[in-house]
Design a protein around this ligand. Sequence first.
Ligand code: SF4
Ligand SMILES: [Zn+2]
Ligand SMILES: [Zn+2]
Length: 325
Amino acid sequence: MNTSRCNTCGEKAVIFMRQHRLPLCKTHYLEWFIEQSERAIKKYGMFTHHDKILVAVSGGKDSLSLWDVLWRLGYQADGLYINLGIDGEDHYSLQSKNYTVSFAAERNLNLHIFDVAAETGKNIIQLYKQSQRRKGRPCSVCGVVKRHIMNETTRNYQYNVLATGHNLDDEAAVLFSNTLSWSVEYLARQFPVLEEEEGFARKVKPFCRFYERESAAYALLRGINYIEEECPFSDNSTSLYYKRLLNQLEDAQPGTKIRFFSNFIEARKKGALFQAPESEKVVLNPCPVCGQPTGSSGKCYYCRITAPTVVENNDDFPPDVMSFG
Ligand code: SF4
Ligand SMILES: [Zn+2]
Ligand SMILES: [Zn+2]
């Protein structure tokens, strides 16, 4: 097989996807990427052209590419950018916000911007510092805050579905982590679509079958400007470590990551595998302040950490798929 020539037209290939044994030129790669996105949306019944979709955008390649693809496919997709207030040397939040705002303006798309510091009086680092979870990095607090804001915006603006740009590398790393610890409750909830339930918005991941390099190639070839720096707190994270391990397996055996994830999803679809026992399911109650579901009997964790004084007992993560970043 000539891997330097496009499989469709014979022109010079710009990418060779080893796991599919597929070399493609720029034109056919962009077409292929959009077709594959549409196929995943339909395969898992994620949404239709009648749905109002909110895309969570971070200014990175995955979420901006996702928004671009949904826009090109004619879906009603608006964006939500959450300004965490993480600045430091690279001005991470400022830069990522600028990329997102420019992207939306160039395409005349609607963008909601939620500024954590303006809304709660504290940026994510300050919220983390006043929380009881001061162990290394602010990611657990950040994850709770982001999920709360995404859920709230979806509900307040009556979107039917929340779409995120998680790619195969993200999903495989989460699956790997949950499998290593046999976290049945998390495994039971890992799927390309999480149906709306008890106050949680319906969540979908249309890029869950794309390798990270494929969404990066799409952004590059499409001319999307995105923030290349990762959040400074993602350095040396467990997620990155698992991604590196999975990449080593992939190098040795192309297709390992897609098989690992897809075969898990197929097994889940078939039935009882990885169902959390009823006795272990978290009972949810509406938070008396914001109304969002919480495993706690009082205020949800978001309302407690954004309140002026923080109270003890912060152990109720929303029952969501464990996610990194
Ligand atoms: S790495 Fe992700 S979860 Fe952690 S602080 Fe940065 S944006 Fe938040
Ligand atoms: Zn071609
Ligand atoms: Zn609340």
